[in-house]
Design a protein around this ligand. Structure first.
Ligand code: ADP
Ligand code: MG
Length: 620
């Protein structure tokens, strides 16, 4: 007999389970049944790949036993089982980042929190919501010794060698006094139906019922043992679409996602002729907590002819679709397919391509509120897709949305194009980190005046890299307004004239600022602001941010051009100014404040502040 201490984090988790998560306790059944189903899947797979089990006469089954007298219930399976090491590793510690992330994301809202249990791979521990005496009796397939893992759900557990005839696991759960409802046949049955109806193995419930024979005075009531299958036990995705209702899909989704939410959308496809495969995918209403973690979990399971193969192959779909839940079932892959084979497999590559298209088409079809929800949850990963997936760029560009200078909310490229200038075919955008800064950018002034829509791209660290990589949408070219001439009504000659008129001024400013700017020139793009900074469109580095990002390097700084507004009173006065010291201060202020308006930093912040106060004092 060996006593062990739970990993500290598990201790914390157990406390939570016993004291804080008291709504939705029924999900412990879902979690244990799901674990049994996984264990059956694993053994089933082993049977097909491991010589030793090839001829095993075996039919996977899950048994739920309700024992009213003992006030306990057991959930068991004839799956792969666990040895001592497995018990230590799987139940005594949590190797995955699961527990910590789980504890961190708890909200205090009991219902939401119990929805997180399955998502974070802490399902087994949910049993402590209803019990403080749990025994796991288990024997691993192919091994001689069976073990019992027992705990009262506080800090310790014990592992003892025991005897058990066949491989598999039985969870013995002594219910707390107040949890007796989980011994009622109808209660348990409804929970199983709700969450586990389409688990691919039969779930048998064993219970005792009073049965009366004879009538009147001769009536005798005896307790009779009974068994009933409570689930449908067919792989849902293998059933023809026409026989399934929305409820069936939603129910199955709940068992896949370990949650209680309906999906935003689902798609079920059977492909025949040539390669044969079935896919069933779900788009969740809310993004998974680990969407932006490097060690995110995959939510797609691969089956071959209904036999489970793997649930942690992240290559089954493109990484940007990592929020999708579902099933891929191939008829063509060999059952004993190994990880190595999966990696470069043509059949899988073909399924992946087909699946990606289908998923994107389904997303594109979302309307109204659903479409808004999708954008709110997944717009950023769609942008990742635009950057990575050139084959599906067109579809992705139909899905992505941006803020706009002319409308509240989010707009699509199609919206933009529908009201843009169809002769010019240009889509204008400004990208940066802060919506407010972008909306107030002096560079937008000319577009506002000319009534031209500009897309406001403010997804930090994404848009500035992704937008330049888009190039075009349909025949429309994307234009970064910080690198192009602004729209105005002046002719080239008129502009030339103005430029000449102010040449001595712009030369003088350039002299003061030196290498800080590439060029100083007049502009007609501004109405309210005296100056702005723009990037040099001819600079070889401009528009190459995405290439640097791809190489994992920081973008080198591109030199800026300072543009001044000759219509502005400040520029007119500056042109006539004779005080050289004041002129020099003003030249720097023009540059630094233009940088600030674009969310950039002045080269020397304290010098900037000092100059402003100097000039202000003079003015007063
Ligand atoms: P998850 O199922 O997300 O991995 P759980 O807390 O539900 O997390 O289970 C932890 C681990 O314990 C499982 O991954 C599995 O290895 C093992 N396990 C649980 N129940 C069984 C079972 N009935 N048969 C075999 N292994 C099991
Ligand atoms: Mg589990």
């Amino acid at each position: 007999m060996a006593k062990h201490q739970f990993q500290t984090e598990i201790g914390q988790l157990l406390k939570l389970m016993t004291h804080s998560l008291y709504s939705n306790k029924e999900i412990f059944i879902r979690e244990l049944v799901s674990n049994s189903s996984d264990a059956l899947d694993k053994f089933n797979h082993m049977r097909l790949t491991d010589e030793a089990f090839k001829d095993a006469d075996w039919a996977g089954q899950i048994d739920i036993n309700l024992d009213l007298e003992d006030n306990s219930l057991t959930i068991g399976d004839n799956g792969i089982g666990m040895n001592e090491e497995d018990l230590m590793e799987n139940l005594g510690t949590i190797a995955k980042s699961g527990t910590k992330a789980f504890v961190e994301s708890l909200t205090g809202d009991a219902k939401k929190d119990s929805n997180l249990i399955g998502q974070f791979g802490v399902g087994f521990y949910s049993v402590f919501m209803v019990s403080n005496q749990v025994e796991v009796i288990t024997k691993k397939a192919g091994e001689e010794q069976a073990y019992k893992f027992s705990t009262d759900g506080t800090g310790e557990f014990e592992i003892t060698p025991v005897t058990k005839e066949s491989h598999g696991t039985v969870m013995y759960i002594k219910l707390k006094e107040e949890e007796k409802e989980f011994l009622e046949k109808y209660r348990v049955e409804s929970v199983v139906k709700k969450y586990s109806n389409h688990i691919a193995y039969p779930i048998m419930m064993h219970f005792t019922e009073d049965e009366t024979t004879g009538e009147g005075e001769d009536a005798v009531t005896t307790k009779v043992k009974k068994s009933e299958q409570v689930n449908v036990a067919t792989a849902l995705w293998a059933i023809s679409k026409s026989e399934l209702k929305k409820e069936d899909y939603v129910e199955f989704y709940k068992s896949l996602s370990h949650g209680d939410d309906e999906p935003l959308s689902y798609l079920h496809n059977k492909v025949e002729g040539g390669q044969e495969f079935t896919t069933l995918f779900y788009i969740p209403k809310t993004a998974p907590m680990d969407l932006y973690r490097a060690d995110y979990q995959s939510h797609v399971k691969l089956y071959v002819k209904r036999v489970f193969i793997t649930d942690d192959d992240k290559e089954l779909l493109p990484t940007y679709l990592r929020f999708v839940h579902g099933i891929i079932d191939s008829e063509d892959l060999p059952l004993n397919v190994s990880r190595e084979i999966l990696q470069e497999n043509k059949i899988l590559a073909n399924i992946k391509q087909n699946a990606t298209k289908k998923i994107l088409q389904a997303i594109k079809k979302l309307k109204g509120e659903d479409s808004d929800t999708f954008t709110q949850e997944y717009n950023k990963v769609i942008k990742e897709g635009i950057f990575q997936d050139h084959i599906n760029k067109e579809l992705l560009l139909d899905i992505v949305k941006y803020k706009s200078s002319v409308e509240e909310g989010m707009v699509t490229f199609a919206d933009y194009v529908s009201r843009g200038d169809s002769e010019k075919k240009e889509i204008y955008y400004i990208a940066g980190e802060d919506e407010k800064v972008l909306r107030n950018s002096p560079l937008l002034e000319a577009y506002k005046k000319a009534n031209i829509e500009v897309l406001i791209m403010d997804d930090k660290e994404i848009d500035e890299i992704v937008a330049p990589s888009i190039g075009s949408y349909k025949e429309w070219t994307l234009k970064d307004i910080t690198t192009i001439e602004a729209p105005d009504s002046k002719t080239e000659e008129e502009k030339e004239e103005i430029s000449k008129e102010f040449k001595s001024l712009t030369d003088k400013i350039k002299e003061v600022l030196g290498e800080e700017v590439k060029e100083v020139k007049t502009t007609t793009r501004l109405t309210q602001s005296p100056s702005c900074v723009v990037k040099d469109a001819n600079d070889p580095m401009a528009g190459m941010a995405h290439m640097f990002a791809q190489m994992g390097q920081a973008m080198p700084e591109t030199p800026l051009i300072l543009e001044v507004n000759p219509e502005h009173a400040m520029i007119k006065k500056l042109d006539k100014l004779e005080n050289d010291a004041l002129f020099s201060d003003m030249a720097w202020i023009l540059l630094d404040s233009a940088k600030l308006s674009e969310g950039l930093e002045p080269k020397d912040k304290s010098a900037f502040a000092l100059r402003v106060s100097k000039v202000a004092t003079e003015a007063l």
